[in-house]
Design a protein around this ligand. Structure first.
Ligand code: SAH
Length: 303
């Protein structure tokens, strides 16, 4: 901005910055996945990821520092939730990642699957997404945004009432009440039935098919009876299942499923006309999953 007086430019440089966050760490995996660890003004850290696949350029953003849901296999919730991210901190993750793209490439998709429970920070999340999706912002289509939730029924209904076109993904992870209580502790208060009702309501009001995420843990929820129960739960619904082979977290006792049990899940679900896909693991070498980079970084700096 050379049309501004020099003194003012110096003052702006000293006292003002476009970004509130700083990049503490930037990792690039052999598959091209970028992961940023951002430092917030209060010293807290958040993670976000940029993935490339065919023509897609997808960013994955966090909504909270830590997470209060306590899913037993997830690194983000190991130390609870510290605070919600502001709308600016959410938008900055998108901008920082977008700025890594070569100038001829554009962001095509956004998934809210980083650290934190997205719907526990609904207001800031929607304000940030409105900015990203606005023609004055990045102009990303609402239909290219996926909001992933542990399944908070009231918040799912509140999101539906806002009338946005986001795709909703519900982290189911278990087809029965007892197993879900064991893996997703918040389910004890909420109940599987209420989660499914709210998912049905979201589908009805948005017209968008809901995805159910299912992290596969060897010997825990990947057994033949689990695939049968999952098919039973979903066959009467217009739903999609995304199977996620577990990304091992240091210190947690879970393992990736055997390839045969992933194949069996796919076969059983398809035979009962439930649509299913298996999520590709990306960026494994850089701890790209779910709160793992922050954890490694904090372990390194504060043993
Ligand atoms: N709180 C939101 C967003 C979480 S992250 C939610 O629960 O959906 C997005 C997905 O990654 C969730 O389904 C989450 O359960 C899953 N996940 C968490 N840790 C994982 C791990 N180590 N390996 C594979 N998936 C994991």
């Amino acid at each position: 901005m050379s049309d501004l007086p020099k003194a003012l430019r110096r003052q702006l440089e000293d006292d003002w910055s476009v970004f509130a966050t700083t990049v503490l760490h930037h990792d690039v995996a052999p598959d091209g996945t970028d992961k940023l660890l951002l430092g917030c003004p209060d010293g807290r850290k958040v993670e976000c990821v940029l993935m490339a696949e065919d023509d897609r350029r997808t960013v994955c953003v966090s909504t909270q520092v830590g997470c209060g849901m306590g899913c037993v296999f997830c690194a983000s919730g190991l130390k609870g939730v510290e605070r919600n991210l502001t709308r600016g901190e959410i938008v900055e993750q998108v901008l920082r990642l977008r700025n890594l793209l070569p100038s001829e490439e554009r962001l095509t998709n956004l998934v809210v699957m980083g650290m934190g429970e997205s719907l526990a920070n609904l207001d800031n999340l929607v304000a940030a997404l409105d900015r990203v999706c606005s023609p004055d912002g990045l102009g990303l289509g609402q239909r290219r945004v996926t909001v992933s939730t542990v399944g908070l029924p009231e918040k799912m209904r509140a999101l539906a009432a806002l009338g946005r076109q986001y795709h909703l993904a519900v982290s189911l992870h278990a087809p029965t009440e007892a197993l879900r209580n064991a893996l997703v502790p918040v389910n004890e208060k909420v109940g599987l039935g209420a989660v499914m009702d709210a998912a049905d309501a979201y589908f009805q009001s948005s017209g968008r098919q809901v995805t159910f995420e299912y992290v596969m843990l060897r010997g825990v929820n990947d057994r033949p009876e689990d695939s049968a129960a999952l098919a039973g739960l979903l066959e009467a619904r217009k739903a999609h299942v995304n199977l996620i082979p577990y990304n091992p977290v240091a210190g947690l006792p879970f393992e990736r499923p055997a390839p045969e049990s992933v194949d069996r899940f796919v076969r059983v679900l398809r035979s009962r006309r439930v649509s299913v896909s298996v999520r590709k693991t990306k960026g494994r070498e850089i701890d790209a999953a779910c709160g793992q980079l922050r954890r490694r970084f904090e372990a390194a700096v504060s043993p």
